[in-house]
Design a protein around this ligand. Sequence first.
Ligand code: ADP
Length: 446
Amino acid sequence: MRKRIYMNMCALSCAILMVISVFVLVLFHNVNHIMMEKQMKSEVEDIAIALEHMNSKEVQRYLESISKENDSRITVVAKDGTVLYDSKEKASQMGNHKDRPEIKEAFTHGSSFDVRHSKTLNEQTYYASQCVKSGEAVRIAYVSQSLLSLVISLTPYYFVVFAFIMVLSLVVAWKMSNTIIEPINNIDIHNPETNFRYKEFNPLLRRISKYNDERKKNEKLRREFSANVSHELKTPITTISGYADLLRNGMVKAEDVEHFSEKIYKESERLINLVNDIIKLSRLDEKKVGIDVVSVKMNELAMRVEQSLQPVTDRYKVKFDLDIENIRITAVELMMEELLYNLCENAIKYNKPGGFVHLRIKRKQEKVVIEVEDNGIGIPKDCQNRIFERFYRVDKSHSKQIGGTGLGLAIVKHVVEYHEGKIDIDSDVGIGTKIMVTLPAETKVS
Ligand code: ADP
């Protein structure tokens, strides 16, 4: 970046210098032209007036003195074009001037001004002519350098000045690029918004700051999650290993073997559920599940979930019914299945024998609302905003007893966020729970 700023500044100085040089040259040339016209017109006018009041001898002396003084050429031409006087050549040896543009115009309009470039382009001649009252025309001519020869003659000086200004620009550009870059290099990446002098960088610094906060938050969550995972895994593994050790050493009575095996089986199942949920969550975290966003037929999906939950419904003696509109949503099908399954499974498990679970899916304006309602044990108000946290359980021992992992609703929350939806909860202890998920009908998946 430093090199780029430096190079750009140098290129800019170079370009500016060139443009200014051309501009100054053209300006100088034009101003010179205007001044010449003004000055020569006034001179030739003065000469014309003087000629009217002098005799021929006086005229000759007068014209010679002016020509010498001004380093100009003065010519007097008769009406028929014959040269009567010329300050540089013998008039008798000069050709007829009738057709010279400046003479022609002076006879026609009273005065004229013209510039002619020599063929070699090294010189240009300015002509100013004026008609005298006595009928002749007087012409004054100056020879000066052409623009090209002016450029050529100025080139060596120009290069010296150019080189000097370029060196100066290089030094200034180097210093300036350093001054610009230094504060950027010294940004305190951990506290980017403190003492930074370019306010143009504020949006970037705010983003860095936000990123830092999120990183810290994620790091904290990750640490907490790892600690929870280890803790949750440790309990069933310890139980399994303990019981297996007793069985291995023959310390369990024959009639207790079945009970111990059942315990080992249950703990292993819990372990498998836990590992499965952890895998699902980490895949969601890494956004690895979003493989296929498809148009999902919600009634077919709900029936599939109902079927797979049949054994749980039977075990808990809960009535499970569906009220599904014929709706399709654009979503990741596997995630949607997981969401319905977890919400319905909770509604069944945290229920009372003989209770009910209603799964409703309906369209509401541009949204799709999924409602899972039960008349189970309910959730205390102060726990309702925590149940979506990983490993949070209202009643840990109850949840463990029914094989909960504490990750089901965390997965639901993730799925809803992934599909840019929202979750609402309405629950009363002893009365029941209603969880509502609102999703856009045409889900935009990030
Ligand atoms: P778990 O695997 O323990 O069920 P979840 O994340 O699915 O974990 O749920 C978190 C906690 O929220 C549960 O432990 C339970 O206490 C409470 N909960 C979830 N759904 C319901 C419900 N329908 N009725 C009552 N309590 C519920």
